[in-house]
Design a protein around this ligand. Structure first.
Ligand SMILES: [Mg+2]
Length: 432
């Protein structure tokens, strides 16, 4: 079964009109997707991959993909499956393109969308949900598909194999648990920074009624307002539910220390991204000055190397992988293995377009095959679900385990027609 064609689409949803996704630094997000469609000789078999962006710049990821797609045309799906690791390396380590990376920024986001699509294609080829496809692979075969480059100083492939083999012992029970109970998540959707107190109150009450127990609010615009927002939401959810805050990198290291010490009276489960996402030593300094408040980061960690350092230096308490910034599960699984070795809980970043659909698979793989940590939690925000064919489903604050074949993030054809930029119906008539 050969790959016949690959198309790439610049999809942008005008979510800034509802203040969706607003935080201390991203004030006008138009949730967007670099959307890759991989067609095979069988009209019923195709793969789709997403990299999530927030508007302008999406066209850069789209155009970067023109350098990679020819490599895959004419290859069979079986070849792609067998050679996943070397194909990944050919893209991420391309002799010229690596100059505009390496393994970071636009070029890495482009590779992420392509490989998300290839993993989707391969699991659909086997007619299984991605998580099921991975769980059914042989341990060595699975590890051979991933990248462990630059990681040998923290984890060897033998250690990785030991972790997975250790988890196999309870695999039937953990798979049964995931099918029956799903995977717990928290909601960010009540606490966007652009929301008024009234809107936040109404949404929080609504989510409480739906069974949510973990809530995150955005902070970082103004510390007095942050204190008021935290006080309001803590009062609404009571002391029995969990509250976390997200500063989206707005503070310096010193400001982080000062502000977290002001906010900690609200019994925070964690503080997310207080400062620049690359500042591993800065995170350490913050951690050393805020007593037992825990730090979370990772949605803007550009690659596995940065995660390796964050984990090894104990500069984070919760690891928040991003399914579209890291270049697919080829790179994500090795990070989860390192987190398992160092006993760091993983709380995957989600929301945007397609992220919830992806992380539901990653959470299952992590729980069943990788982590020995007992914290099970993931983010959820139902943004843009109406544009997806198989949006993630939630019941009582948990992801319901997906059972359809593939990696789940497929944008409806009608939404592509409407929101492809700049020639979709919506953008054609949009007045700038
Ligand atoms: Mg965040």
């Amino acid at each position: 079964m050969k790959i016949k064609n690959i198309t790439v689409h610049d999809i942008r949803f005008p979510t800034s009109l509802q203040n969706l996704g607003t935080d201390a630094v991203h004030v006008d997000c138009d949730y967007s997707a670099t959307y890759v469609k991989i067609y095979t000789e069988d009209p019923k078999l195709n793969g789709t991959g997403i990299s999530f962006t927030i508007g302008k710049g999406n066209e850069l990821c789209v155009s970067a993909l023109a350098h990679f797609t020819p490599l895959f045309l004419g290859r069979t799906v079986s070849e792609v499956e067998a050679e996943m690791a070397s194909l990944w390396k050919q893209c991420t380590n391309h002799s010229q393109l690596r100059w505009v990376g390496p393994e970071k920024g636009v070029i890495h986001l482009a590779v992420a969308s392509l490989f998300n699509g290839l993993w989707d294609l391969v699991s659909k080829f086997h007619n299984k949900p991605l998580w099921q496809y991975i769980l059914d692979l042989g341990d060595e075969e699975f590890l051979q598909k991933l990248t462990f480059s630059y990681l040998d100083d923290v984890i060897s492939e033998e250690e990785a194999l030991r972790i997975i083999r250790g988890k196999r012992v309870q695999l039937n029970a953990s798979r049964q648990d995931i099918l029956e109970n799903g995977f717990p998540c928290y909601t960010t959707a009540a606490g966007w920074l652009g929301y008024s107190d009234e809107k936040m109150t109404n949404l929080t009450n609504e989510y409480l009624k739906q069974g949510w127990t973990h809530f995150k609010v955005k902070v970082g615009q103004d510390i007095d307002r942050d204190i008021k927002r935290c006080a309001l939401i803590r009062e609404l959810i009571g002391c029995e539910n969990k509250l976390m805050v997200d500063a989206n990198q707005i503070w310096s290291v010193n400001e982080s220390i000062e502000n977290i010490n002001l906010l900690k009276e609200f019994d925070l489960y964690f503080v997310e991204e207080p400062t620049h996402p690359d500042d591993i030593l800065g995170f350490k300094k913050i951690k050393n000055s805020i007593n037992d408040v825990k730090l979370a980061t990772g949605e803007m960690c550009q690659n596995r190397i940065l995660f390796k350092q964050f984990i090894e230096h104990k500069a984070l308490d919760f690891l928040q992988i991003d399914s579209c910034r890291l270049a697919s599960i080829s790179e994500i699984i090795p990070i989860l293995l390192i987190a398992s070795k160092f006993d760091i809980p993983v709380i995957a970043h989600a929301g945007g377009v397609g992220l919830c659909e992806y992380v539901q698979h990653l959470n299952i793989i992590n729980k069943c095959l990788i982590t020995n940590n007992s914290t099970f939690m993931s983010e959820y925000a139902d943004s843009c679900a109406e544009h997806l064919v198989n949006p993630a489903k939630i019941a009582n604050g948990s992801y319901i385990t997906p059972k359809h074949p593939g990696y789940s993030a497929i944008i409806k054809d009608s939404s592509i027609k409407e929101f492809e930029y700049p020639n979709g119906n919506y953008w054609k008539t949009y007045v700038h």
